[in-house]
Design a protein around this ligand. Sequence first.
Ligand code: 7RM
Length: 652
Amino acid sequence: MNKNNSTIKPPSISGDTFQINSFEEYKKLYEYSIKDPISYWAEQSKKLHWFHPWEQVLDNSFSEADVAWFSGGRLNVSNNCIDRHLNSKGDQVAIIWEADNTKDSKSYTYRELKHEVCRIANALKTAGVRKGDRVCLYMPMIPELAFTMLACTRIGAIHSIVFAGFSADSLRDRILDCNASVVVTANEGQRGGKALALKSIVDKALQGISSVHTVFVAKRTEKEVTMKAGRDIWLHEAMARERRSCPSEWMASEDPLFILYTSGSTGKPKGLMHTHAGYLLYALQTFEQIFNYQPGDIHFCAADLGWITGHSYVIYGPLASGATTIMFESTPLYPDAGRYWQVIEKYKANIFYTAPTAIRAIAKEGNEWVEKYDLSSLKSLGSVGEPINPEAWYWLYEQVGKSKCSVMDTWWQTETGGIMISPLPGITEMKPGSATLPFFGIEPCIVDENGQEIKDTQNNNGISGYLCLKNPWPGMARTIYGDHERYVESYFTQYPNLYFTGDGCYRDADGYYWITGRVDDVINVSGHRLGTAEIESSLASNPLVAEAAVVGIPDEIKGMSIFAYIIPSKEGVAMKSEEELSGILKQQVRQDIGSFAIPSNFQIVSGLPKTRSGKIMRRILKKIAVGEYDDLGNITTLADSSVVEELINLRK
Ligand code: 7RM
């Protein structure tokens, strides 16, 4: 935990700051938003275009996770992100697509965006997709992905985007879980100069599944792929047959907008469900205020659309605001470590939002890459996905922002829909490593093991505990698709009347929040959320493994990396060398989840430290993995303490 209390005055900014011109004004408005959230959000809701006005701002049973915002209202997300800008901004660029090879890049005005989206919306309709149907998107970062998301929202279909790094098995699970009837993919993806065989992964995922009647295939490369007759359709051919206009469905505020799967501490991934009105308003509001978006600004969020950051801050927030947003197909290191800066210079980007892991990977390559480019267009910088270490923070602030841009360390989750804790540019004093203060309408608290809120102590030198949220906000997920019980169970039962985030947190004497990382069995690898349970069940599914346990250990670049302890089965002991065994297990995880979930260390052991009730003691496994043998804490509850000795000897 970094309790370093050095503060950095926010560099001043130009332009309208949405009537918040000083820290005092932030505090006043924040207090108002907490005391009277109904009035605050009623006022903000005017930023959306409504076909029919809402009747009630909030219907709230927070403890039962039963929350409705803007009931009675009718609107459409695609209409809000496209049509309503056409009069004033029809010829303004909406999406800049920065291709893997920068020469292939393209851009689309709001008017062009409308035509592309409508053609796909009509093609989906022709394929039989109706309001409420689930459409699974397994696509590379190409414009068609953005078009298809918006096309779904236009006709009221629910999209479920699966990150294109997931394996066929993971994709199949997600298709089955939401019972999708249509899949949209591409023949191939292209990233960092490498091809990704997406269509063949989809074919594999769909083996034996009869519920998917149509697969649309976008053509990203010239690669030929087999098309299954009666099921597979080239997207560009389908689009060419359709009209370029399509009416927007009048969606109810609480109608489902999308499902996005994320890992939890137990079981299979959870399909978090977001809604039309609340999610969109929250994405728009946080985007505008936290990045101080001004009309005409060019926004560059480097996230993939397969994650929530891409949903909220590449597409929905920026387009609802009428911004120009950059969609980035490549990687921060391709063709070299100057790629982000080349993109910022090329488009004169004003806002840049990325993850600490990317910053660390680039910083390691030396400052000459960032010095080569003109970054003077930048006004706001953002970080998301994991705690940012002060070193990376300073690098972003000084090398990229030249000490002239606020760095917004934004804490939030797939479940929250948008940013919850962050500085405001030009307003909030920053402390490197702290996400600082809550956004309007958000009331965090810190609780102890028993769910008692820890108030500031008498001499207030800060408090630590579990981070919870006290009140509903418009962007919160409403349920886990098809399993509301699990939603309540996962977030609303540990601590009555509170939403439990799963993160540990320290609040300092100034009220600043310092997120210390997950307190459950979720590991954050390069900003990707992974459940230990998922990885363990993949490893244990291999016949060479009797039992597996994984823990997260600190990694200089990735934040965390995965350390796996393996008890081989008889077969495993007999057949393979340790090297061979870990090679086979890497392949197993690649196949079950995806390459990004592969453990970086394997330790073959004959036993695991367990409590007498049979629970694996991960606390001990973590310490041993990082070489902290002397301070293992209380091990008296272990069923067999000789296991610990074996583990230590193996590591030494
Ligand atoms: C947006 C996103 C959520 C988890 C969350 C935290 C961690 C995210 C920060 C952070 C410290 C941050 N959604 N996290 N942002 N930790 N500082 N600024 O990442 O659902 O994929 O992950 O990520 O542990 O619970 S997510």
